[in-house]
Design a protein. Structure first.
Length: 173
């Protein structure tokens, strides 16, 4: 009698669990368009903020365990003569930083990772790189280097007050 009760209880538990599982099915990949590419901000939060921090200044929760601290991504324009280096940043994201540009191989090469994620859809990979590069450009802080040249100003106002720029240096990401 106890064995029969245990079998009925187990069967009932199985049926209830199976019925509940149908109501909470996992998100299917087909819910997104096949060429879906997240925004630059979304990808930054997902892939970059652990090292570079939510604000892009290099103080993410993983930064302390890296051999070389992550770069402050809000100063890319300042470190490249007052102009955001779109091509350079896109190249670093796609092909990797290289030993001399970044200082270590701690930063992943995102191109192959995005290729895998997007099932080798080159157009989607290019869009990912472009979205992420655009978001990094939006993080730039602009400051006044002298009275006639604007390098940085708050991220909310990105217009140039003066078109003159001078080379500040070209450190890597």
């Amino acid at each position: 009698m106890i064995t029969r009760s245990m079998i009925l209880l187990a069967a009932l538990l199985y049926v209830v669990t199976a019925a509940g599982a149908k109501d909470h099915s996992p998100v299917e990949q087909t819910q997104f368009p096949s060429a879906y590419v997240p925004s630059g901000e979304t990808m930054y939060k997902q892939y970059c903020s652990a090292c570079h921090g939510a604000d892009g200044k290099g103080g993410g929760p993983v930064a302390s365990v890296l051999k070389i601290p992550p770069a402050d991504l809000t100063t890319l324009a300042m470190r490249h003569g007052g102009k955001f280096p779109y091509e350079y940043v896109s190249s670093v994201l796609r092909f990797g930083p290289g030993v001399f540009a970044h200082g270590s191989s701690d930063m992943p090469t995102w191109g192959p990772i995005f290729n895998f994620i997007d099932k080798y859809n080159e157009r989607s990979v290019q869009q990912r790189i472009m979205n992420l590069t655009g978001y990094l450009a939006s993080l730039q802080q602009w400051v006044i280097a002298d009275r006639s040249t604007l390098f940085f100003q708050s991220a909310s106002t990105r217009h140039s007050l003066h078109s003159s720029t001078s080379a500040i240096g070209s450190a890597g990401l």
